[in-house]
Design a protein around this ligand. Structure first.
Ligand code: PMP
Length: 457
């Protein structure tokens, strides 16, 4: 071990590899070390307090000081801190969690398989799709279609689904059998003068054309986030998912809904699937499932898929998939308590109530110079910066406009996330109207401060 300094920054730089961080810049930039949380606020080691306008990574739905979750974890740690679900063993919190999830999941979904992260939930969704088509005697029906800009994780398979070039370059991804179609972002992908309706039809047609080019008998599944998060907060246009689902049904292709961000109230309903009337065959979830107090994720499958899994298991004498912490009792106990809190406090009603203010403040930003678009639903939203509103020309990435706004907002005590020049907002679901105003006030000040840099270009 390196000689220890009494500076967190020095020790951090000496020992840690930071995920999703500019590693070359980190030694000089240093870490912001968070040491405590309180409601929607977090506090760093120097006592600076921030409104967490991103719920950490789109996940800390109940903020940072929910005592009921601490007590639920403690109770479980004191009775049975670990056991597993392999080989016909079980634990009570996982049983209760699975039951509760099936109660709230869209109709037709029948069984739950737990894992630890969103990436794993999507990874195992792919495996289950392949397993299913093997069971159904269709070994050639294996390709999965995802969307450019979609985000589904970073494992070898889920990172392949993710449609962001940085997640593929130098990691030798995507793997074979993963295809990408368009993201229905009118702002980014519309032809000049194309109406939203025409654009939406073209997006659906493009999916169908891809299926026909590849051969429908080779396409197993399509995966989408109801609202795309990390790819820039893309809210689907009216009619998009209805069109997509019709195409999927036509060619007998499974639909995987990635609810890792949208699940549990984010879009103003329990699931993004409820907001956009999606009928998935598989749904994946993580993050707000446990309010992110402990890691847990789930892949929920239709009865039909589960039946095929049973058949295959009968043939092979078992189902050879699972992770050590699948349905970890402490994580599951925290997730059960999280779901009870959502119900007891009517979190969805609260989101519907405060989101009117959230969306009002968000859309007001579009009146400012250099904001090309404001988009959002429920308590997730973003604004996108452009040099010129009419041509929607982005700033050169080297100018660091988005990261500059993120840094200035932080100076004003507000954490938002710059995804290049998209400024994303995804506050804890417990945020109140006054805190929403404080969050947007901090961002408006940051935009004011960065205006000279934007004008210069
Ligand atoms: N799917 C979506 C929609 C996500 O937003 C994320 C994480 N941001 C993931 C999957 C991956 O989850 P994890 O980081 O827990 O692996």
């Amino acid at each position: 071990m390196n000689a220890r300094s009494n500076s967190n920054a020095v020790n951090d730089v000496a020992s840690l590899i930071h995920p999703y961080t500019n590693l070359a810049r980190h030694p000089e930039a240093g870490p912001v070390v968070m040491t405590r949380g309180d409601g929607v606020y977090v506090e760093d080691e120097h006592g600076r307090r921030y409104i967490e306008g991103m719920s950490g990574l789109w996940c800390a739905s109940l903020g940072f000081s929910e005592k009921r979750l601490v007590e639920a974890a403690t109770r479980q740690l004191e009775t049975l801190p670990y056991y597993h679900l392999f080989n016909h063993r079980s634990v009570e919190p996982s049983i209760e969690l699975a039951e509760r999830l099936l109660d709230i999941a869209p109709a037709g979904l029948g069984k739950v398989l737990f894992a630890n992260s969103g990436s794993e939930a999507n990874d195992q969704a792919i495996k289950l799709v392949w397993y299913y088509n093997n069971a159904r005697g269709r070994p050639e029906k294996k390709k999965i279609i995802s969307r450019w800009r979609g985000y589904h994780g970073v494992t070898i398979a889920s990172g392949s689904l993710t449609g962001l070039p940085a997640n593929h370059a130098d990691f030798d991804l995507p793997i074979a059998n993963i295809l990408h179609t368009d993201m229905p972002s009118h702002f980014h992908n519309a032809k000049p003068g194309e109406s939203v309706a025409d654009f939406t039809r073209r997006m659906v047609d493009n999916l169908e054309q891809l299926i026909l080019r590849e051969g429908p008998d080779t396409i197993a599944a399509f995966i989408a986030e109801p609202v795309c998060g990390s790819g820039g907060v893309i809210v689907p246009p009216e009619g998009y998912f209805a069109g997509i689902q019709a195409v999927l049904r036509k060619y007998d292709i499974l639909f995987i809904a990635d609810e890792v961000i949208c699940g549990f109230g984010r879009t103003g309903n329990m699931f993004g699937c409820d907001t956009y009337d999606l009928k998935p065959d598989i749904m994946t979830m993580a993050k707000a499932l446990s309010a992110s107090y402990l890691p847990i994720s789930a892949t929920i499958v239709s009865d039909d898929i589960h039946e095929a899994m049973m058949e295959q298991s009968r043939k092979h004498g078992g189902f050879a998939h699972g992770v050590t912490y699948s349905g970890h009792p402490v994580c599951a106990a925290v997730a059960v308590e999280t779901l009870k809190i959502y119900e007891d406090r009517n979190i969805i009603g609260h989101v519907q109530e405060v989101s009117t203010r959230f969306l009002e403040r968000l859309h007001a930003l579009a009146e400012r110079p250099y904001i090309g678009e404001a988009r959002g639903v429920g308590l997730i939203g973003a604004v996108e910066l452009v040099t010129d509103k009419a041509s929607r020309t982005p700033f050169a990435p080297a100018l660091g406009i988005g990261p500059g706004i993120q840094a200035k907002a932080m100076e004003n005590g507000v954490i938002v996330r710059a995804l290049r020049d998209v400024i994303a907002f995804c506050p804890p679901l417990i945020i109140d109207r006054q805190q929403i105003d404080m969050m947007f006030d901090g961002v408006e000040k940051a935009l004011d401060a960065m205006e000279p840099s934007m004008q210069a270009n």
